[in-house]
Each structure stands twice: as structure tokens, then as C-alpha cells.
Ligand binder design. Structure first.
Ligand code: SF4
Length: 213
């Protein structure tokens, strides 16, 4: 943990000079809160595992393969070896969702497993979501789950391709409209933002609120 603190201090100093961070123009207090949140995420690993005991194969591994007909590009947070089998891990700093809402997160990590299998000709044994400071969601990787994830992304690809060729994109309003750069051009999105603002269900810091005001 002491080593993590020292590394975090050094990395924070570097990070704050980067253009992405500078462009946020955070006041001192918000910058401190950001730093604290980042540290809590790092410290949240220890309740889940002893990092010194992990046999890390790679971190931030960029992977570019075809999954069926879909060109797939992903950055995998971490790949480990446990009992000589690959384990794919994805860090999550948000709140652990209820089991009904985990499917898309599981699909994501299962797609990483599928991509690794294509890239390395080796099927990972486990796919894990590390909800920092909370718990690990651990899923066995099987041929069936890999096939389902691959079918799901291919079906999405077909839908996107059809929408592009027909120039027809159905609106899908939701809370993310508050962060959508197209909100000014999208009547459904504007209506959704207005509805959520009126109901107190849109965070005040959602940038699109100002765009559609
Ligand atoms: S504003 Fe429109 S385009 Fe953007 S997320 Fe909402 S529904 Fe989709």
C-alpha cells in the first residue's frame, strides 16, 4: 500500500499536467476531490485481493481482432495467469449494480475473453469484474458464453450497418441524453432531459442541460 501511495503521488503530478485534465479547469477543491476519488479507487483493490500475489500477464492490453464479422478493438485492463490459465479482469470504479443490471458489463468482459481467444488461440478460464472497494464478480468463460457474446456483438453490428445504409437512427432516450453532444439536434433527447430535470432525475452537472435550456 505504501508503494501504491508513492506511485499514485508521482502519477498524479504527471496526470495534472496533461491536456485532458487541464481542459477540465477544475477549481482547487474539485481537483482535490478528484484526487481523493482516484485514490479511493486504487485503495479499493486491497479488500479484493493482495496485488502482490497476482501473476500479471499484461495491463492496458490493446487488442484488435475480428469477432465473427465485427472488427473489434478493446483495451483490456488486466490479464493474469492463475493455475496456468488466463484470467481477464476489468476494473470498475462505479457502484456494483444489482444482478439485473450486470449483463452489459458481463458482455463486455466476455467479449474481451473472446478477443483474447482469437488473438492467442487460448480460451481464458475466468472473466472478472473488480468492483473496487466492493467485490469481485467472477464468471467462468465457456464456449457457450463466448459464442453468445460474439453473436450479440454481430447482431448489434448488423443493426448498426442497416441503420447506416438506411440513414435511419432511432432515438434511444435515457439519462445519458444529459451528456450527449447531439442533444440540441434531437427532439426526443431534449424532451427526455426536460422530463428528467422536472422530475429531479437529471444530475445538475449534466452538460447537455445547458445546451437545451
Ligand atoms: S439526445 Fe438523442 S441522440 Fe443523444 S442519447 Fe438522447 S436520444 Fe440518443
Amino acid at each position: 500500500m505504501d508503494m501504491a501511495k508513492a506511485l499514485a503521488r508521482t502519477l498524479w503530478d504527471e496526470f495534472t499536467t496533461e491536456e485532458d485534465f487541464q481542459s477540465l479547469e477544475l477549481p482547487e477543491e474539485e481537483s482535490r476531490a478528484f484526487r481523493w476519488q482516484a485514490w479511493l479507487a486504487i485503495a479499493g483493490l486491497w479488500p479484493l485481493e493482495d496485488p502482490a500475489s497476482v501473476d500479471v500477464v499484461s495491463t492496458e492490453q490493446r487488442i484488435e481482432v475480428n469477432l465473427g464479422d465485427v472488427p473489434f478493438l478493446g483495451i483490456i485492463d488486466r490479464v493474469d495467469r492463475v493455475n496456468d490459465r488466463l484470467v481477464v479482469s476489468d476494473y470498475k470504479s462505479g457502484t456494483l449494480p444489482g444482478s439485473r443490471w450486470r449483463e452489459d458489463k458481463i458482455l463486455q468482459v466476455m467479449l474481451y475473453a473472446a478477443a483474447l481467444e482469437v488473438d492467442l488461440s487460448e480460451q481464458p478460464d475466468r472473466a472478472r469484474l473488480l468492483y473496487l472497494g466492493q467485490r469481485i464478480v467472477d464468471i467462468a468463460v465457456t464456449d457457450r458464453k463466448v459464442a453468445e457474446a460474439t453473436e450479440a456483438i454481430n447482431a448489434t453490428w448488423v443493426n448498426i450497418s442497416n441503420a447506416c445504409s438506411q440513414d435511419q437512427f432511432d432515438a434511444n432516450p435515457g439519462v445519458l441524453c444529459g451528456w450527449c453532444a447531439f442533444a440540441t439536434e434531437c427532439p426526443e433527447g431534449r424532451a427526455e432531459i426536460a422530463r428528467r430535470v422536472a422530475a429531479g432525475k437529471m444530475p445538475n452537472h449534466a452538460p447537455a442541460i445547458a445546451l437545451v435550456a
